[in-house]
Design a protein around this ligand. Structure first.
Ligand code: GBH
Length: 561
């Protein structure tokens, strides 16, 4: 018998013996066959602090994340000092992408690696410029297009010390942080824009604002939960607009690229029909906070403004904790996105909690909602990451309706595993996650006519997962962080993803789609099994299936690869 047939048969028998309890919603969760539009962008993403290492080589300045990590505040006292050592090993990273057939790569530039203090007038780190030039050239030489994030959370520490970072005078005309970000953006356009055609100003300003300047568990650890996040967000939106206009005015004609921002949002689904307004409010406070000004009308969402005005009254304040944009600012903010960058991982169940005034208000309670998760939603290694594939389709539909049908680039989506021994190399649950989520994205594209132009897997590599350090692994490739050479090893999911890219979706009749069909109900069932009492969760299921399923599947894949 032909080996391919043999493994296919083995796979079929294994699946036939797998108990399926059928708790998925057969209609909503059904596999859609078909392909993405021809020019669809398949990509994978990383971020500077999470992979580069080389935290102090040449003149690189410290970032707020260097500071936080060096204070021992990360799980296991991990730091990004070496991380994946991509500062030295970037040709290997590019080779991995090439091997997977990826034509795009989303990475970020470290601001303090370019300007050690964050300010150009204090000096430029030429080795930093050389590094990004070399990376970009290596990508282009391998026919991979760079998609560059200017800010993925690693603010130069000096800017935090000198100006309060994004808290800098948020409502006056003497704010320097907008100009400094603009200078940095201009420098990047000047030096790299001949080759970089996709720019993302900020990655997830929600995180920087709320976790960085509100809660303060993320860098720069500023704890001011009543107002810090609103001030920071205000400055970030204005800094984004500045960087956008600089591109528009000085570079677009010559370079012809696109500039957008990447926003993160969990989809909010109402727990009961009575919670529908609350769920909308949740999404407006989360996504609309940034998307409404930038993609709609230069101003915060109406529901945020009225809610915050009412709270000001209740709290006996004369002004709202939500700042106001001036009319000129509104004009300059509105329409500053050539595309809509979206990072999405999970969904929450929302309940109405309106309207109990509380003594120490914060962004979470400002929304007047409660959040939870349905009992049958399986969870990844990250405590916050519940696997709810249909959530992304709902969110994409919301963005289409709410923001005038923009071109949407999914700039991150992915699933974590625990760091455990033996390593999870046959990462079936990540395969299932990518399979189910990309299929929902395809439904949004092909059935709902959402203009989804790109899908980006987070992440190319296992890397420094912020406060969780190296304990949560999101990679398509495994990195051994105890090995000084930081060797990369492909996980099963990288083989799966390669097939997905090659097929540009799930075309009727292809070998790949046949495998996916075989896997489909298993994927929905695995996640059920985890909930229904496989207490070992990810590990137990993965080791079980590495024996019975993953190994034959891997071999089968390599035969059709
Ligand atoms: C993205 O954030 C980031 O862009 C990326 O850098 C990151 O590695 C990836 O996702 C995976 O997390 O419970 O207080 O520790 C997604 C948003 C940010 C949501 C961190 C969960 C944990 C907050 N995530 N957050 S906390």
């Amino acid at each position: 018998m032909e080996p391919r047939k043999f493994f296919s048969l083995l796979l079929g028998v294994t699946l036939a013996l797998t108990p399926i309890n059928g708790a998925y919603d057969k209609e909503r969760d059904a596999l859609l066959k078909g392909t993405f539009p021809q020019d669809f962008i398949w990509s994978s993403a990383t971020a500077a602090y999470q992979i580069e290492g080389a935290w102090n080589v040449s003149d690189k300045g410290p970032s707020v994340w260097d500071t936080l990590a060096h204070q021992g505040r990360v799980y296991n006292q991990d730091t990004g000092d070496v991380a994946c050592d991509s500062y030295h090993k970037y040709p290997e990273d590019v080779a991995l992408m090439k091997q997977m057939g990826l034509k795009y790569y989303r990475f970020s530039i470290s601001w303090p690696r370019i300007f050690p203090t964050g300010e150009q007038q204090d000096g430029v780190n030429q080795d930093g410029v050389r590094y990004y030039n070399a990376l970009i050239n290596e990508l282009i030489a391998n026919d991979i297009q760079p998609m560059v994030t200017l800010f993925h959370w690693d603010l130069p520490q000096v800017l935090q010390d000198r100006y309060g970072g994004f808290l800098n005078n948020h409502t006056t005309n003497t704010t320097v942080i907008h100009d400094l970000f603009g200078d940095y953006a201009r420098f990047c356009y000047q030096n790299f824009g001949d080759r970089v055609k996709y720019w993302i100003t900020f990655n997830e300003p929600w995180i920087t604002s709320w976790l960085g300047y509100g809660v303060g568990n993320f860098a720069p650890q500023h704890n001011e939960p009543a107002e810090g996040q609103y001030k920071a967000a205000h400055n970030i939106i204005l800094s984004h607009a500045k960087a956008y206009h600089i591109y528009d005015d000085e570079f677009r004609a010559a370079q012809g690229g696109q500039v957008g921002i990447t926003l993160n949002c969990d989809w909010g689904t109402p727990k009961t029909p009575a919670d529908a307004d609350a769920a909308l409010r949740y999404v407006q406070f989360f996504l609309g906070w940034f998307a409404h000004p930038i993609y709609k009308n230069g101003d915060y969402p109406e529901v945020m403004k009225t809610t915050m005005a009412r709270k000001a009254q209740e709290e006996g304040r004369t002004t709202s904790r939500l700042p106001e944009f001036t009319p000129e600012q509104k004009l300059s903010i509105s329409g500053t996105g050539d595309f809509f960058g979206l990072n999405h991982y999970t969904t929450v169940e929302v309940t109405d909690a309106c309207c109990t005034p509380i003594e120490n208000p914060n962004y979470d309670t400002d929304k007047d909602v409660g959040t939870g998760h349905a009992p049958d939603w399986p969870r990844a290694a990250s405590s916050w990451l519940y696997v709810v594939p249909w959530g992304i389709r709902n969110l994409l539909g919301f963005i289409k309706e709410e923001y005038g049908d923009p071109e949407i680039y999914v700039t991150e989506n992915g699933r974590s595993d625990h760091d455990q021994d033996p390593a999870i190399m046959m990462d079936m649950e990540r395969i299932c996650y990518y399979m189910m989520y990309t299929n929902e994205v395809m439904k949004a594209s092909n059935m709902d006519n959402v203009k989804v132009k790109a899908y980006t897997a987070w992440s190319l590599l296992d890397n420094f997962e912020w406060l969780s350090g190296y304990s949560e692994r999101f990679g398509l490739h495994y990195v051994d962080f105890n090995d000084p050479t930081r060797t990369r090893y492909p996980k099963a999911s990288s083989v799966f993803f390669k097939q997905l890219v090659r097929n540009n979706g799930y075309p009727e009749g292809s070998e790949f789609t046949k495998y996916v069909e075989n896997m489909w109900y298993f994927c929905h069932n695995t996640t059920e099994a985890e909930v229904n009492g496989y207490t070992g969760g990810a590990s137990q299921i993965s080791s079980l299936f590495s024996l019975f399923l993953a190994i034959p599947m891997m071999i089968a894949y390599s035969l059709i690869a």
